[in-house]
Design a protein around this ligand. Structure first.
Ligand code: ATP
Ligand code: MG
Length: 390
C-alpha cells in the first residue's frame, strides 16, 4: 500500500522569484527536515512536489507534521497511490478513506485528470466513484457545498493519487531564498517569535546571544539553545554565537551614568551583532523589540541603538502587543521554554530610573570614557559557537 505526500507550493509566493530555484530550495529544506526519518525521493510536476518515502517503515504521520512546518508550502496532502485503472482507484479509495467515510454523514468526490489519455473524464470519475462509495456506505449522502469528507482523485502521469482534504502548510517562502540575517536572541518570549517571522519571509538565520557569567548562568544559555532547537523546526539549520558580555557590562557600570546603562549596553549589542553578522554573510539584524514595552524600546531609545547598527535592523514584532506575540510563541511551542525563570544579561545592573528619552549626543559623550573597540574585539575573540540540533 503505497502512500506519498503531495506538496503544493503557493503560486503567489512565486511572484518575482525564479520558480525553479525557489522549488529547489524548498526541496532541499524539506529533505533536511525529513532525512532522520528515512529515505525519501522528491520530484516535481505541475506545481506539485512529490515526496515519496522509500520504505514502508517510515513514520508518515511524523513526516506530515514536519512538512507542515516548512515555509514555502501552501498546502499538502497525504495520498494513496493507485494504478491508473478505475477498479484499483475504487479499491484504494475505499481502503484509504473508508474509516473516515464510515464515521461521516456527507461526502463529495472531486477528480482532476491531468493525464488526458485516461479513458474516463473527470465528471464520470466523480459519478462512478461516488456510486461505489454509496453502495459500500449507504448511510452517506452527497453534499457538494459542505461535505464532511472530500474525496480527491488526481490522475497524473505516473499514477493516480487519492486523498482527503488538503492540509494547510506553513505558508511564507522557503528559508534561504531571501538571504541571511542574525537574530539577537535573549531567552525571552519576543526574540524567538521575531526570528520565526523573518524566517517565514525566506531568511535563514544565525543567532547572537550575549551572556554575562557569573551574573547569568549556564542554564540561561542552555535555555537559549533549547529555544533555537524549537525554532529550527521552522527556521532550519542554524548556528548560535554566544558572546561574553560581562567585561563590557562591568565597564559601563563603572564608567557611565547609571541612567544611561541600558542604552549604552544595547548599543554595544548592536555593534557586536553587526560585526558577527557581517562575518556570517548576513544582510540584516533582527530583534524582538516592540515599541513602548520597556524603557529601551521607546522611539528615542531605538533611534540611539540604530545609530550604531551597520546593517538594517528588522523588528517584526514592533507593533504587536505582548498578547499577540504570545499567541505565536504558543503556536511555535517556544512559550513554555521562554518563561523559565533564568536571568538575562539585560536584567543585570539595570538602572532604577533608565532614560526613556535618551539624547544621542549625551550617550555618545558618555561612551567616550570606554575603550569601545578594544572591548568589542575581546568579546568577539571570546565568542563560542554552538551548532543547533533539530
Ligand atoms: P525578549 O522577550 O525577546 O527577551 P524583551 O521584551 O525581554 O524581549 P529586551 O530584554 O529589552 O526585551 O530585549 C529586546 C531585544 O533585544 C530582544 O528581543 C532581543 O532581540 C535583544 N536582546 C535582549 N537581550 C539579549 C541577549 N542577552 N542576547 C541577545 N539579544 C538580546
Ligand atoms: Mg529579554
Amino acid at each position: 500500500m503505497k502512500e506519498i505526500i503531495l506538496i503544493k507550493t503557493g503560486e503567489i509566493a512565486l511572484k518575482g522569484l525564479n520558480k525553479s530555484s525557489f522549488e529547489d530550495v524548498l526541496v532541499k529544506n524539506t529533505k533536511w527536515r525529513l532525512h532522520s526519518l528515512g529515505r525519501f525521493s522528491f520530484s516535481k510536476a505541475q506545481s506539485t512536489i512529490y515526496c515519496e518515502p522509500q520504505s514502508e517503515e517510515i513514520d508518515l504521520d511524523e513526516a506530515c507534521r514536519r512538512v507542515s512546518h516548512v515555509f514555502g508550502i501552501a498546502a499538502f496532502s497525504r495520498a494513496r497511490v493507485a494504478a491508473k485503472d478505475f477498479a484499483d482507484i475504487c479499491d484504494q479509495t475505499l481502503d484509504f478513506l473508508g474509516e473516515e467515510l464510515a464515521l461521516s454523514s456527507t461526502f463529495k468526490v472531486e477528480a482532476k485528470r491531468a493525464d488526458k489519455s485516461f479513458p474516463m473524464k473527470s465528471p464520470e470519475i466523480c459519478r462512478e466513484l461516488g456510486a461505489r462509495i454509496l453502495a459500500r456506505y449507504p448511510h452517506l449522502r452527497v453534499d457538494v457545498e459542505q461535505p464532511e469528507v472530500l474525496v480527491m482523485v488526481e490522475i497524473r502521469e505516473a499514477a493516480a493519487y487519492i486523498h482527503g482534504r488538503q492540509q494547510p502548510g506553513a505558508g511564507g517562502i522557503p528559508v534561504g531564498t531571501s538571504g541571511k540575517a542574525a537574530i539577537l536572541i535573549s531567552g525571552g518570549i519576543d526574540s524567538p517569535v521575531a526570528g520565526y517571522m523573518m524566517a517565514k519571509r525566506g531568511l535563514s538565520l544565525c543567532g547572537v546571544h550575549f551572556a554575562s557569567p557569573p551574573y547569568t548562568s549556564e542554564r540561561a544559555k542552555q535555555k537559549v539553545i533549547a529555544l533555537m532547537e524549537k525554532m529550527a523546526e521552522y527556521c532550519g539549520r542554524m548556528q548560535l554565537f554566544v558572546v561574553p558580555f560581562t567585561q563590557i557590562q562591568e565597564a559601563i557600570r563603572d564608567k557611565c551614568p547609571e541612567e544611561l546603562f541600558t542604552i549604552i549596553m544595547r548599543r554595544f549589542m548592536m555593534r557586536i551583532a553587526s560585526q558577527v553578522a557581517q562575518r556570517q554573510d548576513c544582510g540584516a539584524l533582527i530583534t524582538g523589540e516592540s515599541v513602548g514595552q520597556v524603557a529601551s524600546q521607546t522611539v528615542k531609545a531605538i533611534a540611539c541603538t540604530d545609530a550604531v547598527a551597520q546593517l538594517p535592523v528588522f523588528r517584526p514584532v514592533i507593533g504587536m502587543d505582548k498578547r499577540e506575540i504570545i499567541v505565536i510563541a504558543n503556536q511555535i511551542d517556544t512559550f513554555e521554554t521562554s518563561i523559565l525563570p533564568y536571568e538575562d544579561c539585560c536584567t543585570v545592573f539595570t538602572p532604577k530610573h533608565p532614560r526613556t528619552r535618551p539624547r544621542l549626543d549625551l550617550v555618545e559623550a558618555a561612551e567616550q570614557t570606554l575603550e569601545t573597540d578594544k572591548l568589542i574585539a575581546e568579546a568577539i575573540a571570546g565568542m563560542e559557537l554552538v551548532e543547533i540540533k533539530r
